[in-house]
Design a protein around this ligand. Structure first.
Ligand code: GLN
Length: 320
């Protein structure tokens, strides 16, 4: 069975979701990173990008905020591109942790296995396995180059955020050494940690995140630039990782209620992917107890419900 939806229906559903979610005020800015605690809490944006590049965008969609853990999606793609999805599975894993993003148990519970590049431990491991080994500047170029291809424009480090995170990331530091102890770090620990911290401190806007989501939905070709960012075989792999752990300990509840594989960051951003159909991004700084934006979640759910979308639905949806 299949069903057609029009661009007009998408635009109306997005505008409606944006308007309704605007009044959702629960949660708090991330408080453990001083820079994020001070971002204006009422900022809000919603952007949808289709595989032909058509974009519907609402609110503060040009406001530049910290990408934080959404960067883990980009670097997981880069690691799979440089090596292969199978090698990333072997060296890091692709499991649901059911745990907070900074949990050390994600290293210890599964025979010293960090479990997925989409939580802190696995993301530090992903930075460590990037090529070329021992060369932080070139690794950094690879990280930013990959993100530029995904976003359609180059992200810049928010220097104050980088300083704020570097000064307070004691737990991530200890995790880098724990990974090293378990032979799950593939380059210098403090260099790998610094690459991870720097990539989390990159500034992005909601339009860039929607372009990245649409690139994943579009088998690796960025619909805004028309350029291929990664091989098509990586798309289903990264979507499966997002689906299994994108909201940390709330991932199952999220997937159950939204039907949307998505990944959050404590900067307030969320990227969601409907394979073949569209990329969706939302941003708002107030977070729930797992570090997922409350208002952005509300907007994405409303959008999905209005159009009756969801990856588990039996009716195939196509663009008219
Ligand atoms: N940089 C943050 C950290 O390491 C990212 C966490 C997140 O966005 N969930 O804690």
């Amino acid at each position: 069975m299949s069903r057609l939806i029009t661009k007009q229906q998408i635009a109306e559903a997005a505008e409606n979701a944006y308007t309704m979610a605007r009044v959702v005020n629960g949660g708090h800015n991330a408080h453990y990173i001083p820079y994020l605690a001070n971002v204006p809490s009422d900022l809000f944006a919603l952007t949808i990008t289709l595989p032909d590049g058509t974009t519907f965008s609402y609110g503060d969609d040009e406001y530049v905020f910290g990408i934080e853990s959404v960067s883990k999606v980009a670097t997981a793609i880069l690691a799979m591109k440089q090596w292969s999805p199978e090698i990333v599975l072997e060296k890091i894993g692709a499991d649901a942790t059911g745990l907070p993003f900074s949990s050390v148990f994600s290293i210890l519970l599964e025979n010293d296995h960090p479990t997925t590049p989409l939580v802190n431990a696995g993301a530090i491991a992903a930075c460590s396995m990037l090529k070329p080994f021992g060369k932080p500047d070139e690794k950094w170029q690879a990280i930013v180059g990959n993100m530029t291809a995904l976003f359609g424009s180059e992200p810049q480090v928010l220097k104050e955020l980088y300083r704020s995170e570097s000064d307070t990331n004691y737990k991530n530091r200890s995790m880098a050494w724990l990974l090293k102890k378990h032979d799950r770090l593939y380059d210098d620990p403090m260099m790998s940690l610094d690459l991870y911290t720097r990539q989390c401190s990159l500034g992005v806007n909601c339009r860039q995140l929607a372009a990245m989501a649409a690139t994943i939905a579009n088998d690796g070709v960025n619909p805004v630039t028309g350029d291929r960012a990664f091989p098509a075989e990586i798309s289903p792999k990264i979507v499966s990782m997002m689906a299994s752990v994108g909201f940390y300990q709330h991932t199952g509840d999220w997937l159950f209620s939204s039907g949307l594989p998505a990944k959050t960051g404590v900067g307030g951003g969320i990227v969601g992917v409907l394979p073949g159909l569209m990329g969706i991004a939302a941003f708002s700084p107030r977070l729930d107890d797992a570090g997922n934006s409350v208002r952005a979640q509300a907007a994405l759910k409303l959008f999905m419900q209005t159009l009756d979308l969801g990856i588990f639905n039996t009716t195939q949806v196509e663009l008219a």
